[in-house]
Design a protein around this ligand. Sequence first.
Ligand code: NAD
Length: 498
Amino acid sequence: MKDTHDISPAAQAELWRDRYSKVALIGGRLVPSANAIEVIEPAHMTVLGEVAANDAADVDAAVAAAKAAAHDWAETPARERGRLVAEAGRIMLAQLEPLAHLLARETGKAIRTECRGEIRVAADLLEMFGGLGSEIKGETLPFAPDVFAATTREPVGVVGAILPWNVPLVLMMLKIAPALVAGNPVVIKASEVAPFATYACAEMLAALLPEGVINVVCGSGAECGQALVDHRDVAKITFTGSEAVGEKIYISAAKRLIPVSLELGGKSPMIVCADVDLERAVEGAVTGMRFTRQGQSCTAASRIYVHADIHDAFVAALKARLDTLVIGDPLDEATDIGTISSPQQVAKVKGYVALADAAPEAEVIRCAKLPEADTVAPDLFLQPTLVLGIDPQSPVVQEEIFGPVTVIRKWTSYDEVMAQANDTEFGLAASIWTKDLATALTASKQLDAGFVQVNAGFTIQPNLSYGGFGRSGLGKEASLESMLEHFTRKKTVVLSMS
Ligand code: NAD
């Protein structure tokens, strides 16, 4: 890659956009693709660029490059692998501004509130996993006096990593950092909606790693993604995305008996008790619902249960706080909230709001001001929306909206609110807000979710095991445990000394 330190972040972002136009990264080289998909810049509804529409033959070439690199990468000492991965994190951080610029343009997320932070977390994941090479160790087993028995951990082989558009860089590193440190080569299927920053980061890694250890393809899920899942030389699939696609991938992988990890959707409850510090809980709802990401988060607090004693005050304070947020051009430093990612997603979110508008029992409160049409194309901007009092069986309460819409319900009985909170097929995240320790501990035991928080609404954090129950997915990410369970296989070795 050309050294471009002396050019502006915007110009560097455009250079990357052009560099990664209609190519796959295979075996350390950018390989032109015959077909392309348009990438739309949602804030302006203009074409940002074109990304490769790779087919099964391209996927085959990427997997072959990865397979050819597998042996030597597995033989590279684990700490050396980790050192290279951590070094890539430092290089990414040095390119924070242009990367944030590109990410803001392709995802529509605000550069100040979302994109810079995403790059910091992605780099942090590279650094964290980079330091875990020494932890890929086995155990000695008590078996018989004249037999030495032990386990070792080996790489699994070529890993296929399939990414969505909402937080592409963090989700990319959650998958490939542990896979690489554990000794596996990877083939990434970038999101066709927001691919360019993924390519830029992958090439930063590729510049450090042996040829073929990291490869990137892009294209439609049905053609390119499915070809990766079905490829006979792919030993493991790690996927983040929708429930429907996750189910399809699980079925395909079952036919080849390969392991999969799936991070899917959520409909996460936030329970607010009467004893809370109201201001803190309101701020927790703004953060927990990821309003600055337009609610496009699998852990979004999209069902908020507020005790009747403070319900009205909470709603009023939340509305007042959301009204202060600026919706606008993702690249404007004054902007808190950017756009929804695509017209299809806007249509989906509007469909749920229309259902709420039509429900006689519900009240719909729209917050903050939409931007003026002279600075942006207004199509993909939506207001943060609160839906009060809607029937708990409504699709607005039961289904993942993946937009800036949260349901707020009043409660008085702890047992009833706990039953409502758990009345979902998902089980990704949940939070309870209270000053009472016994309530907090009881609820954290009873809440049926993989990530339970008390008085906090964090998103995915390096070193905290993260993953859902039920239809939210299979397996954990972000931790040492995730690296060992998903990206190594355990072998038992016995040695007879007699
Ligand atoms: P999506 O499922 O439509 O697509 C995700 C990726 O899968 C894309 O790269 C797509 O091209 C690919 N794909 C589609 N069909 C495929 C197939 N048959 N085989 C292989 N790959 C295929 O999801 P999206 O719209 O990009 O992302 C939004 C969804 O992701 C939301 O539903 C959200 O809940 C979920 N999500 C979950 C988490 C989590 O950690 N649990 C995080 C972010 C997003």
